[in-house]
Write a protein that binds this ligand. Structure first.
Ligand SMILES: *Cc1c(COP(=O)(O)O)cnc(C)c1O
Length: 348
């Protein structure tokens, strides 16, 4: 079994805890597609309530949440305005084009947070030469650009610009609960500004599988249609939904611990010669840092850290690494990673 004792590569690296496994083992199940799985139904109700929406639908992945929402919102050819580093633009294998037949208008930002002016400039004139602007997609927190939390006013301003042009709003909330715990802004206050929104269960919440997409009644009715069409309708899915129910009860508030550890890691990294990072930039569980000053190529550094049982991942720039904290980082994970890093750099 390949397992890094200190694995900062992603918050997807968590394994279900013993208590979560108990919840899974005890799950009441039924046929999800017939809406007869009590655990799935419960999870959907909990997320609809959490996000202040009419209804929600359980899906196997966050990627499917994005793609189903895009497919519902967009006519073929319509354009989605979003950050260039956002998950659908980078990591969904061209899914928006393949599944939603939508094109993407990429905005350039430092930290994933764009402005209403950028939205205004991106909107196409109503002219048959142009693609039709249709949807604005916001990622909160932003993953690959460092886990930044969108201030509520920034989302409000973007939503107002979108609405002025008749555009719809979609929230990629893979880490919405990180944003909420870090800022104290209730998830539903963010969600209220969007036509569709979702949370991932398999990131910081620590579940093995799943994501939940929420929206208005009609939207979720259509989402069920695409859940079947995309092959995402399951059967006794309560086995995995029970993990989600458990996580919403027990793993939300503790995200604050992940955030504190990310800060501690950032502060430690800032003291390592050759590493550039501003710990003030770390708002949630993601730490992006630059290793250019160490003189060690990224691939080599990753490999040598791996030999010490420590794993980081790559970020957008060739000299950047990314570390993500989560509930499977051991208590001494931060000092262990820092000492491995110092050792590796001393060896060079
Ligand atoms: C992980 C992630 C996704 C995709 O979620 P999966 O459950 O892995 O398919 C989408 N958006 C963001 C911001 C993510 O971090």
């Amino acid at each position: 079994m390949i397992r890094f004792p200190v694995d900062f590569s992603s918050d997807t690296q968590t394994r279900p805890t013993p208590a979560m496994r108990q919840a899974i083992a005890a799950a009441e199940v039924g046929d999800e597609q017939k809406r007869e799985d009590p655990s799935v139904n419960r999870l959907q109700e909990m997320v609809a309530e959490l996000l202040g929406k009419d209804a929600a639908v359980f899906l196997p992945t966050g990627t499917m949440c994005n793609l189903i929402a895009f497919t519902i919102h967009c006519r073929p050819g319509d354009e989605i305005i979003l950050d260039e580093g956002s998950h659908p633009a980078r990591f969904e294998g061209g899914g928006p084009a393949v599944h939603a037949r939508a094109s993407l208008c990429l905005l350039h930002t430092k930290n994933g947070i764009f402005t209403p002016q950028q939205v205004e400039q991106a909107v196409r004139p109503d002219d048959p030469h142009f693609v039709r602007s249709r949807l604005v997609s916001v990622e909160n927190t932003h993953n690959i650009k460092g886990g930044h939390v969108w201030p509520l006013e920034a989302v409000q301003a973007v939503a107002a610009a979108a609405r002025r042009h008749g555009l719809l709003m979609h929230l990629d909330g893979a880490r919405l609960l990180n944003a909420s715990v870090a800022s104290g802004i209730p998830a539903r206050d963010y969600a209220a500004l969007f036509d569709s929104c979702w949370i991932d269960l398999s990131k910081g919440l620590g579940c093995p599988v799943g994501a939940v997409l929420a929206g208005a009644k009609d939207f979720i009715a259509q989402a069920w249609r695409y859940k079947l069409l995309f092959g995402g309708a399951m059967r006794q899915a309560g086995i995995i939904a029970a993990a989600g129910v458990y996580a919403l009860q027990h793993h939300v508030d503790r995200l604050a611990e992940d955030h504190a550890r990310a800060k501690a890691l950032a502060r430690g990294l800032a003291e390592v010669p050759g590493i550039a990072i501003d710990p003030g930039e770390v708002e949630t569980n993601i730490v992006i840092f630059d290793i250019g000053g160490t003189g060690v190529p990224r691939a080599e550094l990753l490999e040598r850290l791996a030999a010490h049982g420590v794993r980081f991942s790559s970020a957008l720039q060739p000299t950047q690494l990314r570390a993500v904290t989560h509930l499977d980082i051991p208590t001494d994970g931060v000092p262990r990673a820092l000492s491995a890093l110092r050792k590796v750099l001393a060896e060079k």
